[in-house]
Ligand binder design. Structure first.
Ligand code: AMP
Ligand code: MG
Length: 419
């Protein structure tokens, strides 16, 4: 494996002391290699996993031409410019085909999903016809071949439909099941170990001593990692003590694809976190041109990639969502663009911003008339976790941008999609 330092230093415009967020993202992307192991799992258990094989249909879906509506299957050539009366000769129900053939002047009653009766080419919806015994009156204005679904229209036999690298969502599970496939090959889950560093941290359940704060980062991290579907190892709070840090890093590296730490990577830190990262592996210490979240370490210890996040609770979440999430998806073998979805919205109020760094303000997206607008969630300090809790999106203000006036267009990244 190449050294991370060499790969990253070759990136054009790389400046660790004023790193553009795009360069940080590119640097991480350039270094990562996906996990290789593959396992077979039942389709239901494949939700959120990354496919490791081609899915090639052995059948057409649907398997037969069939009806898309309840109504009557007719021969379009029989229909006139005015009302046409046809003779109903039988029925085709979903799962029960009509055995005969539709001849001139005849029709067959059908329900949605029934195999298209032989001889018929068009379905007239039930709502527009008049029924007098077996005589069916069809109004003018029908279109040839309407309301018919054709064999193989969804999936075609022999034509690959999903490939390696595909993240499996509910739609893909259904699609695989529609082919009658019960098991798929997926990459193994990415293993992530994490711990918090800092002498001021108390774990939930212990009494706070003077100057201590409860460790909240492991809780937000746990939540974010769980949603990503990775395997999680929580190594707790590790004191700023060289022996304890070394043990924690070695333990994490022995068993994980990625190690995430929080705290101890800022410039002024007089502690042992940074020296220990550098001593045990390779570590790059960045000052990223962003807010919040400026200090961050990236590197490798043994086989595990290292993400040393800042300690401030909001900075942890921002750096996780902007860098780590994508990296873990990539490590898991996810192909394609894994970056957070960005939309445009109108600034509902003026936003403070200075050029020269990318800002991730915490915003609330709301509808105002027909327009999608966004406002900030009050205090934006990187320690104010409430600003994340009250938000439903990041407002992403680009590197070069200055103050934003109300009414200008801004980029937003919604926190929730359709899960
Ligand atoms: P650091 O990056 O270590 O300088 O920490 C920056 C700020 O984040 C300090 O105010 C820390 O007390 C706070 N902090 C660090 N780690 C945590 C944590 N796990 N939970 C809550 N706050 C933390
Ligand atoms: Mg600290």
């Amino acid at each position: 494996m190449s050294r991370i330092v060499e790969i990253v230093h070759a990136i054009e415009g790389y400046d660790p002391d004023a790193l553009h967020v795009d360069k940080a993202r590119a640097a991480i992307r350039a270094c990562l290699a996906p996990v290789r192991d593959v396992e077979r799992v039942p389709v239901r258990a494949a939700l959120g996993r990354v496919l490791a094989e081609d899915i090639v249909p052995a059948i057409d879906v649907p398997g037969h031409d069939n009806t898309a509506m309840d109504g009557y299957a007719v021969r379009f050539a029989d229909l006139g410019a005015d009302v046409t009366v046809l003779e109903e000769i039988g029925a085709a129900l979903a799962g029960r085909a009509f055995a005969g053939t539709v001849g001139a002047g005849q029709c067959v009653r059908v329900t949605t999903g029934a195999v298209m009766p032989a001889g018929a080419d068009t379905v007239v919806v039930q709502e527009v016809v008049k029924v007098h015994g077996s005589k069916i009156s069809i109004p003018a204005g029908q279109k040839a071949k309407q309301n018919v679904r054709y064999a193989g229209e969804d999936l075609k036999k022999g034509v690959p439909v999903l490939g390696p690298g595909r993240l499996l969502r509910p739609a893909e599970l259904g699609l695989i099941a529609s082919l009658g496939i019960g098991e798929v090959a997926v990459r193994r889950r990415v293993r992530v170990a994490f711990f918090s560093t800092g002498d001021e941290l108390a774990s939930v359940g212990s009494a706070l001593k003077e100057g201590e704060v409860y460790d909240s980062n492991r809780y937000t991290l746990h939540g974010m990692l769980e949603r990503l579907g990775v395997e999680i190892r929580d190594l707790g709070v590790v004191r700023d003590d060289p022996a304890k840090l070394e043990a924690a890093f070695r333990d994490a590296a022995s068993n994980a694809d990625a190690i995430i730490t929080t705290g101890g990577v800022s410039v002024g830190e007089a502690d042992f976190v940074k020296p220990m990262m550098a001593q045990l592996g390779e570590a790059l210490f960045w000052r990223i041109a962003m807010r919040p979240g400026r200090p961050m370490a990236f590197g490798r210890i043994g086989e595990a990639f290292l993400f040393g996040l800042p300690g401030n609770p909001v900075a942890v979440m921002v750096t996780f969502y902007q860098f780590v999430r994508e990296a873990l998806l990539q490590l898991g073998g996810c192909a394609g663009d894994c970056a957070p979805l960005a939309l445009e919205a109108t600034a509902g109020e003026a936003l403070r911003k200075v050029p020269g760094r990318t800002e991730y303000q915490r915003g609330v997206l709301f509808r105002d008339g027909g327009e999608l607008k966004v406002r900030v969630t009050g205090q934006q300090g990187s320690g104010v976790l409430r600003s994340m809790s009250e938000a439903n999106c990041f407002i992403v203000l680009e590197h070069e941008r200055g103050r934003v006036a109300a009414g200008e267009t801004v980029q937003v990244q919604p926190f929730e999609g359709l899960a």
